[in-house]
Write a protein that binds this ligand. Structure first.
Ligand SMILES: Nc1ncnc2c1ncn2[C@@H]1O[C@H](COP(=O)(O)OP(=O)(O)OP(=O)(O)O)[C@@H](O)[C@H]1O
Ligand SMILES: [Mg+2]
Length: 300
């Protein structure tokens, strides 16, 4: 069968293999019979732009098959459609990412950074270099109140989302505690959630429970972890979540206003029954998280 295959110039073989062919694909996922006409598009197109590309490709294929347009004409049309669709896709993706940032980061932490107001510039810059992954995929950001810890973390999370679309689940330890306790009181049953290895999570497998979301999220950010005391249920569930994420190398970021030893004592609330759990939690955070010190006025 005859083909007219067209790709934009300057694409590497790797890019070509990760792209998509419209209107008929020739991949293992597609059992359609081969078409007379194929055009290549990047697989990361925004879904609206992908629909436009697909629509154009079907129309062009029909015209080409019926002899209403020559190879040269279709190729020229494709080049201009390709730039148009990619630009529109980038615009839509950027707009969606800004909306996500607006929904997930409070206005105070979305403000432009004024470096003159940063009290710990070096630590702020270190947080901006953090990437989820590596030997220690988490981050523990510690230091006195008002040093810019929360601001630094949200600035980095926004940048990661803008650049790569990285999703995060951010909440204060107080919200976390209340949500876990409310879930227990309402008899919420644990769901399976997404496979953490899979990038794509079909809606049917989206976790619906608090704990399912905390396990499946790409990045979890718990702000002010040192501001909550352990209770029997909170201690058990918090430990299970940290353990789940640490064991699988899933990034977790926490901010605390004190060093590790004081954190363990603060979490335990000076109650012996929680001392072990608090110490185990702190040990996991130490092993699993890169520390970033925003500094203390008084020695710890
Ligand atoms: N636009 C800005 N750019 C840079 N720094 C700012 C800006 N606006 C305020 N700040 C600084 O941010 C600090 C507060 O930041 P942030 O809330 O992140 O602190 P924190 O370390 O998380 O405090 P806490 O431990 O109490 O939560 C203020 O002390 C202020 O100096
Ligand atoms: Mg803070």
């Amino acid at each position: 069968m005859e083909h007219l295959s067209i790709t934009p110039q300057g694409k590497t073989p790797e890019e070509i293999t990760t792209g998509v062919w419209y209107p008929r694909c020739f991949t293992e996922y597609c059992s359609e019979p081969s078409s007379l006409f194929r055009s290549w598009w990047p697989s990361v197109l925004h879904h609206d732009a992908a629909a436009t590309a697909n629509g154009w490709a079907f129309d062009a294929a029909r015209r080409w098959e019926e002899g209403k347009a020559s190879d040269k004409e279709i190729r020229a049309e494709y080049q201009s459609k390709f730039s148009e669709v990619c630009a529109e896709s980038n615009r839509l993706i950027r707009a969606e990412r800004e909306k996500y940032i607006g929904r997930n980061i409070l206005p105070e932490y979305r403000r432009e950074i004024d470096r003159a107001r940063l009290k710990a510039q070096e630590a702020f810059d270190r947080v901006q270099l953090w990437t989820p992954g590596g030997e220690k995929p988490g981050m523990i950001v510690f230091g006195d109140t008002g040093r810019g810890k929360t601001r630094a973390v949200f600035h980095r999370l926004a940048a990661l989302h803008r650049e790569h679309g990285t999703m995060f689940l951010a909440l204060t330890a107080d919200e976390l505690k209340r949500q876990l306790i409310a879930a227990a009181l309402s008899g919420e049953v644990e769901d399976e959630g997404c496979s953490t290895e899979s990038y794509y999570c079909p809606p049917s497998r989206n976790p619906t429970t608090v704990e399912g979301k905390l396990r499946a999220a790409e990045i979890v950010f718990v702000d002010d972890l040192s501001q909550t005391k352990l209770t029997p249920h909170y201690a058990e569930r918090l430990f299970a979540i940290v353990e789940h994420r640490a064991a699988r190398g899933l990034p977790l970021i926490v901010t605390v206003q004190m060093d590790g030893d004081r954190l363990a004592r603060k979490l335990a609330g000076y109650e012996d029954q929680f001392a072990d759990t608090a110490a185990c939690l702190v040990r996991r955070l130490r092993d699993f998280c890169q520390p970033v010190n925003f500094g203390f006025e008084a020695p710890q």
